[in-house]
Design a protein around this ligand. Structure first.
Ligand code: RAT
Ligand code: ZN
Length: 404
């Protein structure tokens, strides 16, 4: 039981640990990068057991154990795919991977059978939910105060929804994804003036909290290519004019195995100095950065020490495993204090918020406990108030500073 008052020095390990866990588990978080959408976005708004099980992290794992060809799998209806994923990863095997354990955490929190032979009970549960109440419940359980969506106005269906004057639930904020603009060279045929107008128009329409792009492992800045020209002549000036941060997600190798479809992307070690140079050349632009390769994490911390317009965020995609989240969070605390955003969920399906934040909070709490414990051994105790200040900064303060 936690007995200390907010301002009392926590000099005993048991009390310190209890306070850190209490605070980390109860502090609301702003989720700075997701692929979630509110119900007004129709087929983009994903929830329920079939969507959870056909998440691309799990389809990739299923192909490693199920005896099925790619074509056969993709020809199946979604419910059959979900049945196969369940049978393969949860019945015939123990769900040890992070993505598989995530499903267990979700089922458990929602009071569903984690050892079920089939999906009957889970399907009935999700079918009986009122979507808007269910969204409230999930946000509440995950203690997520708001999420940033990933919005691509060049997607025809999404563009139409935006053009229909959709009213957004305030918990879903938008971000303008620039992958097609910056990574698909055909669009670069348009003039700089047209490209700027395009961005201005969508910024006006969507009111994004940042512009974002995922970049390949071989990303360079400066570079002799169309992306460099677009960054310098279109994106960075627009970011400056609108006071919008630019989010860089570096190190993805797209379609390493196209047979896996959405699950077919890989990772590559990138050059952090490219981001350093951009931060140095554009000191009046704020950058959020995350790298996909574990090998880039230390260099990213060092770059952030050199450029205070650079905010490292999240343990992205293949890094979102407890052992790596723990390692990266500890490294960041040691090099950056609390001036970073420890995690984003990257959730695509609503209920993933539950497990991604539950698992992340555990690693963040453990890392913070050890940090304060070491500080105590060095001669400085902390209070519950001070812990709250740190956690609020990491869970929402740093983010809001960058999103403006
Ligand atoms: O983590 C993922 O779900 C990836 O497929 C990507 O969406 C990645 O997060 C991205 O935003 O490009
Ligand atoms: Zn993403």
């Amino acid at each position: 039981m936690v007995t200390s008052t907010e301002s009392q020095l926590l000099t005993r390990t048991v009390e310190l640990r209890a306070q850190v866990e209490l605070i980390v588990n109860s502090t609301p978080v702003t989720d700075v990068h997701t692929h979630l959408f509110p119900p007004e976005f129709n087929e983009f708004s994903l929830y329920g057991i079939d969507e959870l099980l056909t998440y691309h992290y799990l389809t990739a794992e299923t192909f490693r154990s199920a005896k099925i060809s790619y074509d056969e799998f993709w020809r199946m209806p979604k419910t059959d795919q979900a049945d196969l994923v369940w049978k393969t990863l949860f019945v015939e095997n123990i769900p040890t991977s992070e993505a598989a354990r995530g499903i267990i955490s979700v089922l458990d929190v929602l009071g569903l059978d984690t050892r079920a032979e089939n999906l009957k009970e889970a399907r009935a549960f999700f079918a009986s939910q009122n979507l808007s109440e269910h969204i409230d419940q999930v946000f509440d359980i995950a203690r997520v105060s708001g999420v940033v969506m990933t919005n691509d106005p060049l997607d025809e269906t999404e563009g139409q929804i935006w053009n229909s004057d959709v009213e957004l639930d305030h918990r879903f904020r938008s971000s303008l994804r620039l992958d097609r603009l910056l990574n698909t060279w055909s669009r670069t045929a348009a003039s700089v003036v047209e490209q700027r107008r395009f961005l201005d128009r969508w910024i006006e329409r969507m009111r994004p909290v940042y512009m974002g792009v995922s970049l390949p492992a071989n990303f360079q800045f400066p570079a002799e290519d169309a992306r460099d020209r677009l960054l310098r002549e279109v994106v960075l000036p627009v970011a400056r004019e609108h006071g919008l941060a630019l989010t860089l997600m570096v190190g993805v190798r797209r379609r390493v195995n196209p047979n896996l479809r959405e699950a077919g992307d890989g990772v590559g070690k990138a050059d952090v100095t490219a981001v350093e140079r951009m931060c140095g050349e554009y000191p009046d632009v704020k950058f959020l950065a995350t790298f996909l390769s574990r090998e880039n994490q230390h260099e990213l911390c060092v770059a952030a020490r050199k450029f205070n317009n650079l905010m490292p965020f999240g343990c992205w995609w293949f890094l979102n495993n407890p052992s790596i989240v723990s390692e990266i969070t500890r490294e960041r605390l040691e090099l950056l204090g609390t001036s970073f955003i420890p995690q984003h969920s990257d959730a695509r399906v609503l209920e993933q918020l539950i497990y991604k934040w539950k698992h992340a909070r555990k690693e963040i709490a453990d890392a913070l406990c050890d940090t304060y414990q070491q500080l105590l051994l060095s001669g400085r105790a902390v209070t519950a108030d001070e812990i709250s200040r740190d956690v609020n900064r990491m869970f929402s303060g740093n983010c809001e500073d960058w999103l403006g």
